[in-house]
Design a protein around this ligand. Structure first.
Ligand code: BDR
Ligand code: CA
Length: 326
């Protein structure tokens, strides 16, 4: 069984991603660590625990950072609804959160499970604190699959930046420079045809008609509306589930390459931009090259950037999850 740990600012698309991992028989999710982002920390924790219980599991949920490293907290209820779950206001979960802090839990679970897969679905505050406190843990992570950024395209929270990275750019910078084997899944990969479209929503509710198929569509009601009205996208965009699909089945990412990637923390209009050296110009002796310090000893780039996905493959994986009996 592959071991996995998921760091999440649990709102609607996080919840679907968590459900996919929990329902995969080949994956053992050892813990969920929660961070503030889409909603405040307590609400994210409630949403994470509700999702665990809906899936019939007892996965421990640890609460972590309530604010970014240096910035003020900013939440996205405008996108996910006041409860982060499309105004569904699901019943309160029965189990409490663990008493241990999420950062401590990340360190302990990663130390105890060499080769573990780390999936990050929110601002990277908890993970940055963990690798700063215990830098040795990066060697135990076989893959760090990150929902974050926008590779050489536009952002969603600002024209330059994607939400998770924008919320806590300093934390993302720490993580991207830490040596974690990051696979960056930008928000652009969940757009257009990768959306869950009108006919698919109907199919989920009327034909598949399982508790998990209803949950997938219902909790994303606010996200659907905002996605259509703000971003002019056709259906429900699911960045965290697309990321989870790649974490569960790397073949879902059909085109990737390694690059230097830096996070913009100083820019006035570019806060949180993921600056991807797509043409690998920083390996040449050009202007500003000294600023681009490689993590790898041989100077080679170490961030894997995902450029394309297998859209039918990702949708098939989601469908398989919601059909799995709880
Ligand atoms: C990311 O931000 C949140 O709205 C989603 O949960 C996802 O993690 C997309 O930019
Ligand atoms: Ca998220």
């Amino acid at each position: 069984m592959r071991k996995m740990i998921i760091d999440t600012d649990t709102a609607s698309d996080d919840a679907v991603a968590i459900m996919m991992a929990l329902m995969d028989p080949d994956v053992d999710v050892v813990a969920l660590t929660v961070v503030a982002g889409n909603v405040n920390l307590k609400q994210a924790s409630i949403n994470a625990r509700y999702t665990v219980e809906l899936c019939g599991k007892t996965t421990p949920v640890y609460e972590g950072a309530a604010v970014p490293l240096l910035r003020e907290a900013y939440h996205a209820e405008f996108f996910h609804g006041s409860d982060g779950m499309g105004e569904m206001h699901y019943p309160a979960p029965k189990r409490p959160a663990e008493t241990k802090h999420a950062v401590e839990a990340l360190i302990e679970h990663i130390e105890a499970n060499p080769g573990i897969i780390l999936v990050t679905l929110g601002p990277m505050t908890n993970v940055a604190l963990a690798v700063a406190q215990a830098p040795h843990i990066v060697k135990n992570v076989s893959r760090c699959v990150v929902m974050g950024g926008a590779a050489c395209v536009v952002g969603n929270i600002t024209p330059a930046a994607e939400f998770n990275i924008w919320c806590d750019p300093e934390a993302a910078r720490v993580c991207f420079r830490s040596g974690l084997p990051i696979e960056m899944v930008g928000w652009e990969l969940c757009r257009g045809e990768a959306n869950i479209l009108e006919e698919e929503m109907r199919y989920y509710k009327e034909e598949i008609n399982t508790p998990l198929s209803h949950f997938t569509i219902d909790c994303n009601a606010s996200a659907l509306k905002t996605n259509q009205e703000w971003l002019s996208d056709p259906g429900i965009g699911l960045p965290d589930p697309v990321t989870m699909a790649i974490a569960l089945d790397p073949a879902i990412c059909t085109k990737s390459s390694k690059h230097q990637v830096e996070i913009e923390c100083e820019g006035t209009f570019t806060r949180g931009m993921t600056v991807v050296d797509q043409l690998n110009v920083t390996v040449h002796d050009t202007a500003n090259v000294g600023m681009w310090k490689a993590v790898n000893a041989d100077g080679s780039p170490h961030i894997t950037v995902c450029w394309e996905i297998d859209i039918p493959g990702w949708k098939a994986l989601l469908e398989k999850s919601v059909r799995t009996a709880v």
